[in-house]
Write a protein that binds this ligand. Structure first.
Ligand code: GLU
Length: 470
């Protein structure tokens, strides 16, 4: 086993975001490629915003993708004692100090920093001698920025070398006054404890990295190799938001995207392997690397995702399609199996998957086909309807009912013969037939559908329309 260890570290404060899961995918592929270890850490320290429901939803999304960790999940909140211990160690070594400033004063400084005002903590408590500190008094713990430091430099596999001036940094808080550790500190303490060798995450974390790097060094540890992957962007070039597209894995699953298709799509968003677009998971494990991850953000393209989903739908067996529907809601499979025999269902899924974009679209079409169309919207066939349409449909019914074998070829021959008799093109017969069979004018081949529905059901449907048109 390799010493490479990577982790995905989501916060359970919402459903799993597609940008976030792309980080998980990159970590997982990197681990599998190097025969290394993939870990999962749940960053649940924001107890106001973290919920069990979001955690369950995120774990379900990861399981849906098959992104399971190689070791038990680490829950960050359960490690608070370790975080505090590390902070106390930094105080003992003179690398951090308790800060007794009133919260209001400290809050204002933090707020000003968050607003980019450049305000820095005054350093008021920095020089209080250890013996003069009244540790009974409420206090936060601040990291002591090394005095002589002017820049922080770290290596990034994707961004190369990143150097940041310490001008904007102050003695940042690592443990709040209420005793809870700050995010940047927990991440470092946990990554050290989990022996993480590579931190692969979104570029939105680049700005946190200098603070984290300083903490690694203060704790006497070599920082991991960072790989900050570009963000997924919306059409305007800003970070993809809910206004641009669905952003949670859960939504794509519910809309009928296949896990394999979304996985494949997300991998290609930021990483490339020549012009290849479609990969099996084994192929990805084989060829994935960080060298071919771009620096710039990639624009989310729903059309391409739809195309890829179609590719995966067409490549899926009926059993696989039913299994995937089951994962959205077992009621879908139940409805289909109640409406069709196993043979009919297989034939219809095979026929309809050729044109479907999502599983839900496929389900709706195949399920919809079971209902007998009654009130037909004849305006849909206005373009092809003539005075002879009812007679033509009746001739088709008469000839088709005499067929010994009711299959596509026999029905096509019958349709062509009727069209020849009425001196019209096949479409003038096919579109009324389609309306009669499916209630619409867009569907796979009518003779294919008739062969699956069988003689009795098909011709009864055509007769209903024929009678309505007379
Ligand atoms: N919990 C952080 C997030 O969800 C990830 C932190 C990290 O990967 O270092 O964005």
């Amino acid at each position: 086993m390799s010493t490479i260890r990577v982790r995905f570290a989501p916060s359970p404060t919402g459903h799993l975001h597609i940008g976030s899961v792309r980080s998980a995918i990159f970590n997982w592929l990197f681990a599998r490629h190097h025969k290394a270890t993939f870990l999962l850490r749940i960053e649940d320290t924001d107890i106001q915003r973290s919920t069990q429901a979001f955690l369950d939803s995120q774990l379900a999304s990861l399981a849906w993708f098959g992104l399971m960790p190689d070791e038990p999940i680490v829950y960050q909140l359960s490690r608070q004692e370790e975080h505090l211990k590390a902070a106390r160690r930094l105080i003992d070594e003179g690398k951090a100090y308790p800060c007794f400033c009133e919260p209001r004063e400290a809050d204002e400084v933090i707020h000003a920093l968050e607003q980019g005002a450049g305000a820095k903590y005054s350093g008021k408590c920095r020089n209080i001698a250890p013996e003069e500190r009244n540790m009974q008094k409420p206090h936060a713990i601040r990291f002591k920025l090394p005095d002589s430091l002017s820049t922080v430099t770290f290596k990034d596999v994707i961004l190369d070398t990143v150097s940041v001036s310490t001008d904007q940094l102050d003695d940042y808080v690592i443990i709040r006054r209420d005793g809870t550790p700050i995010y940047n500190f927990c991440v470092v303490v946990d990554d050290i404890s989990m022996k993480i060798s590579h931190v692969i995450r979104g570029q939105d974390h680049v700005s946190n990295t200098p603070k984290q790097v300083l903490l690694y060094r203060a704790l006497g540890e070599q920082e991991p190799l960072f790989a900050h992957i570009p963000l997924i962007l919306g059409p305007t070039g800003a970070k993809l938001s809910k206004r641009d597209a669905s952003v949670s894995v859960e939504e794509y699953r519910a809309q009928g995207y296949l896990a394999e298709a979304l996985f494949n799509y997300l991998v290609r968003l930021g990483w490339s392997h020549g012009d290849d677009e479609v990969f099996t998971r084994d192929q990805l494990v084989e060829v994935f690397d960080l060298d071919h991850v771009g620096k710039k953000g990639s624009i989310f393209d729903s059309k391409k995702l739809q195309w890829l989903n179609g590719v995966y739908l067409r490549a899926s067996s009926s059993e696989k399609l039913l299994g995937s529907l089951d994962l959205i809601d077992p009621v879908y499979r139940k409805n289909l199996e109640a409406a069709w025999s196993a043979t009919e269902l297989d034939a219809l899924l095979t026929l309809y998957k050729e044109r479907a974009v999502t599983l839900i679209e496929l389900y709706t079409a195949v399920h919809g086909c079971a209902a007998e169309p009654t009130a037909h919207d004849v305006s849909l066939i206005a373009k092809w309807q003539t005075a002879q349409t009812p007679a033509m449909l009746q001739a088709f019914i008469d000839q088709a009912s005499a067929l010994a074998v009711f299959d596509h070829d026999a029905l096509a021959a019958c349709g062509n013969a009727v069209c020849a008799e009425f001196a019209t093109k096949l479409v003038a017969l096919a579109q009324p037939l389609r309306l009669a069979l499916t209630g619409g004018t867009v569907s796979p081949g009518v003779f294919d559908i008739m062969a699956i529905l069988g003689k009795e059901r098909s011709l009864a449907r055509v007769q209903v329309l024929c009678d309505a048109l007379v």
